[in-house]
Design a protein around this ligand. Structure first.
Ligand SMILES: Nc1ncnc2c1ncn2[C@@H]1O[C@H](COP(=O)(O)OP(=O)(O)O)[C@@H](O)[C@H]1O
Ligand SMILES: [Mg+2]
Length: 302
């Protein structure tokens, strides 16, 4: 089994390697950016540090947000080689584009914070009304660990932020601020078709973003059924095998903010004391076995 990861010392990567070995399999960490793809008629391959990668039963991709494009190309190359990958390239791409993900989630009946997008300065005030007025959330379409998520309390702030991001060539979303969540959110880890662990994260004082990387504190929770079902459905709608689903607890039930395709699980293992890495690997083994059993060998989807 191989893990695509820039850094073997990252917690989640290290834990996956441990779990693979504990389950009696061989583990290899491939630095995604060192995977040199060679394309030739009917013989797609990857060379890694000078050698052709040998047979791989299954690959677990951990693609950081900063190398999404190269990472997706490597995942696609593995797919062309007939190697099962735990999360395919198209669903990973959908999850990285917050607007696309929200379009799909809402289209398939999941609730999300009201979200809007526009590109003309003089239409911003109207669009803010569409998301419930001020304060409102402003989000970069691609962002992670809370970076790129802001709150604006006045129209001047909204205009200032939009002008800055538009000048930088960034598209942004305007979103309803779900105030009743009070700096809390839920993170559910979905593997296959069930939630294997979940935590409630509370933002530190003076902060509305509950990400662990922004100082949020986490506690293990058992999700109410409505929330667990929403997380599993969101994962399926995006098309992922494994996902970290972020949800707000609103007056009307779960509102899904985003679906992460390479969720780190250090905070979740610490909060829940569960062996998440093992469950991850067991699922990868299952995927490899079902693929070997003949369900669609080289898939080569176009
Ligand atoms: N619409 C919202 N209303 C209230 N809080 C929000 C909203 N959107 C995001 N947040 C807070 O900001 C955090 C980060 O947002 P998220 O969309 O998950 O981006 P990231 O990819 O950076 O984690 C969330 O975990 C939540 O605490
Ligand atoms: Mg998040």
């Amino acid at each position: 089994m191989a893990i695509l990861s820039r850094n073997p010392r990252l917690h989640s990567t290290r834990r996956l390697v441990e779990a693979i070995r504990a389950l009696g399999h061989r583990a290899r960490v491939l630095d995604t950016l060192h995977c040199n793809m060679v394309l030739a008629r009917e013989h797609p391959t990857i060379f890694y540090r000078g050698e052709e990668v040998g047979h791989l039963d299954v690959v677990i991709p951990r693609i950081g947000a900063s190398i999404t494009a190269y990472g997706l190309a490597v995942v696609n190359q593995l797919d062309m080689m007939g190697v099962p990958v735990l999360n395919d390239a198209i669903p990973i791409a959908r999850s990285r584009d917050k607007l696309r993900a929200l379009q799909l989630l809402s289209r398939f009946g999941l609730d999300i914070p009201r979200t809007a997008m526009c590109r003309y300065r003089d239409e911003v005030a109207q669009v803010v009304e569409h998301v419930g007025g001020l304060p409102c959330i402003i989000k970069l379409i691609q962002g992670t660990q809370g970076v790129g998520v802001m709150i604006a309390s006045t129209m001047d702030e909204v205009q200032g932020m939009l002008d800055t991001f538009w000048d930088l060539g960034q598209e942004i979303l305007l979103q309803e601020f779900v105030a009743e969540s009070k700096g809390c959110d839920l993170r559910a880890l979905v593997i296959g078709d069930r939630v294997v662990a979940a935590m409630r994260r509370q933002a530190r004082t003076g902060e509305f973003r509950s990400n662990i990387h922004r100082g949020g504190r986490a506690r293990s929770v058992v999700l109410p059924r409505e929330y667990a079902e929403a997380a599993v459905k969101a994962t399926r709608v995006i098309g992922l095998e494994v996902a970290g689903v972020d949800m707000l607890e609103s007056r009307t039930g779960p509102k899904i903010m985003e679906v992460n395709s390479s969720p780190g699980f250090e905070g979740l293992e610490r909060a829940t004391k569960k062996d998440i890495a093992r469950m991850y690997v067991e699922h990868a083994v299952e995927l490899a076995r079902s693929r070997q059993a003949g369900r669609g060998a080289p898939r080569a989807r176009v």
